[in-house]
Design a protein around this ligand. Structure first.
Ligand SMILES: [Zn+2]
Length: 154
């Protein structure tokens, strides 16, 4: 089971695992991201409302890690839902990851793919058009300057 935060719906996160979220996430979403939430709910996503006692437990944990100022109400409830469901929390939020770790809640990071993609820049020679996977001052073949090129736009 995975508990999805708002960014999971915004970034079209896909998983074959069972998923859950909370009603407050739906309230934060707009446009296509909110349609994705509705579609997921329609196809069996568990909409979870964590117990007040668990929410307090999360708030306590957040104070212990020094993240309580940073976490929104939604963040706290997402953590509570992941804790109650013994699920993996899917989020990019660093404060949430930090509190999750403190509570032994496992976390999956959405942006991982994005970061790897950025490392995958290609550099193309403006002179001869050869491509290199690392930046150099000059093209070793013809001596022209290299420009950076995103492989996903190539
Ligand atoms: Zn060249």
């Amino acid at each position: 089971m995975q508990v999805l935060d708002s960014s999971a719906f915004i970034h079209e996160y896909h998983t074959t695992d069972d998923i859950a979220s909370i009603p407050m996430v739906r309230e934060e979403l707009e446009g296509e991201a909110s349609y994705r939430y509705d579609a997921d709910e329609g196809s069996g996503m568990h909409v979870h409302i964590p117990a007040a006692g668990t929410v307090e437990k999360i708030q306590r944990a957040a104070r212990e890690t020094g993240d309580s100022e940073t976490l929104s109400e939604t963040d706290v409830r997402l953590l509570a839902a992941a804790f109650e469901l013994d699920a993996t929390l899917v989020t990019d939020d660093y404060a949430m990851q930090n509190v999750a770790e403190h509570l032994d809640v496992s976390v999956d990071v959405i942006a991982k793919e994005g970061i790897e993609e950025q490392r995958d820049w290609l550099f193309q020679c403006q002179g001869c058009g050869r491509e290199f996977d690392e930046n150099k001052d000059r093209c070793p073949i013809c001596g022209s300057e290299l420009t950076r090129k995103n492989p996903s736009n190539a």
